[in-house]
Design a protein around this ligand. Structure first.
Ligand code: NAD
Ligand code: UDP
Length: 338
């Protein structure tokens, strides 16, 4: 079975390509390398000993997409390609709506034209940002969010649900990721953020390697056990495995399946810093700074539906996430750049 992976050179996409190839799928990747490097694809091939057909193309380029679908004849698509920085989306909303929403529509149109009926879509826990009750289950979803990036995820989910409603042969998994962290245990692939990392753990890793002086902890006055923000961190390899399970589910069925992919555990910023210090043996200097605008106190998953229906259960804990992140960071202090 052949899977076309959009955004497959990116952080989650590259780890998912490893899991797919190891599970016996054939893989082709479309990525415009806007936020990634071809080196990641080469390393996935090196890790698995298998080939990936790679197209450096934009998903908005319909003629190119049609040529690729005609040549590859994929059985299923996993759609990662998107812009994903929350803060940037506030400054550049039109770029985000253009890439994420039009890109998803272009993909769905191409799938329709070529009769491709299986899709796994990268959604996000950001769709829960207005929800107060924890943990959040798939029904907690409210059509409210705090930023354009979040809106693109809510809109794309809805566009996909409507498309499925119109074509009962379609089978789609909407996967709502919590906070992916870590890297492949080999240290060969990992997260390679451009510029100053927005997310907590890539920033912590750069403090450990000496690239940044200290971490700013955004707020210690939240109503949480130590006052810092609580999130549900999930090892990127567990997340990748979740895609293989979701693909299995939609291969056998049709309709829309929505799953939280998280660990079900909430961990605070200071607990993550401590876990990283233990895993790396490095001290992480930090200062308490004001809250980051738009942040919420806590969000963590009720992950029981994915466990029940997919057999999905995380195997790696926060220590494993930190150990593998540090292994990647120490081996690749400049990411994929030599
Ligand atoms: P990433 O930026 O590492 O990967 C996205 C990839 O898509 C990149 O390789 C980029 O070059 C490519 N891309 C972007 N626009 C494209 C376009 N128009 N045409 C072709 N390729 C394009 O990000 P990631 O962290 O791997 O995220 C993957 C998906 O998961 C995204 O849809 C993101 O919104 C979603 N997600 C990520 C997180 C997270 O914390 N990393 C959390 C929830 C959801
Ligand atoms: N955070 C922090 N310092 C940073 C980056 C993040 O204290 O430099 C906190 C942030 O306020 C939140 C948690 O770490 O409580 C996770 O933030 P991240 O941006 O990684 O994920 P998200 O907020 O998107 O869930």
């Amino acid at each position: 079975m052949k899977v076309l992976v959009t955004g497959g050179a990116g952080y989650i996409g590259s780890h998912t390509c490893v899991a797919l190839l190891e599970a016996g799928y054939d893989v082709c990747v479309i990525d415009n390398l806007d936020n990634s490097s071809y080196e990641a694809v080469k390393r996935v091939e090196e890790l698995t000993g298998k080939k990936i057909t790679f197209y450096e193309k934009d998903i908005l380029d319909k003629p190119a997409m049609e040529e690729i679908f005609a040549a590859e004849k994929p059985d299923a698509v996993i759609h990662f390609a998107a812009l994903k920085a929350v803060g940037e989306s506030v400054a550049k909303p039109l770029e985000y709506y253009h890439c994420n929403v039009f890109g998803t529509i272009a993909l769905l149109e191409t799938m329709k034209k070529f009769g491709v009926k299986k899709l796994v879509y990268s959604s996000s826990a950001t769709v829960y940002s207005s929800v107060k009750e924890m943990p959040v289950n798939e029904q907690s979803f409210a059509y409210v969010t705090t930023n354009p990036y979040g809106w693109t995820k809510i809109m794309c989910e809805q566009i996909i649900r409507d498309t499925c409603h119109a074509d009962p042969e379609l089978a789609v998994a909407l996967l709502r990721y919590f906070n992916p962290v870590g890297a492949h245990p080999s240290g060969r692939i990992g997260e390679d953020p451009a510029g100053i990392p927005n997310n907590l753990m890539p920033f912590v890793a750069q403090v450990a390697s000496g690239k940044r002086e200290r971490l700013s902890v955004f707020g210690n006055d939240y109503p949480t056990r130590d006052g810092t923000g609580v999130r549900d961190y999930i090892h990127v390899c567990d997340l990748a495995d979740g895609h293989v399970l979701a693909l299995g589910k939609i291969t056998d069925g049709n309709g829309v399946y929505t799953y939280n992919l998280g660990s079900g555990q909430g961990t605070s910023v200071l607990e993550m810093v401590k876990a990283f210090e233990e895993a790396s043996g490095r001290e992480i200097p930090y200062v308490i700074s004001p809250r980051r605008p738009g942040d919420i106190a806590e969000v963590y998953a009720d992950a029981s539906l994915a466990e029940k229906e997919l057999g999905f259960k995380t195997k790696r804990d926060v220590y494993d996430m930190c150990k593998d992140l540090w292994n990647w960071q120490a081996q690749n202090p400049n990411g994929y750049q030599k």
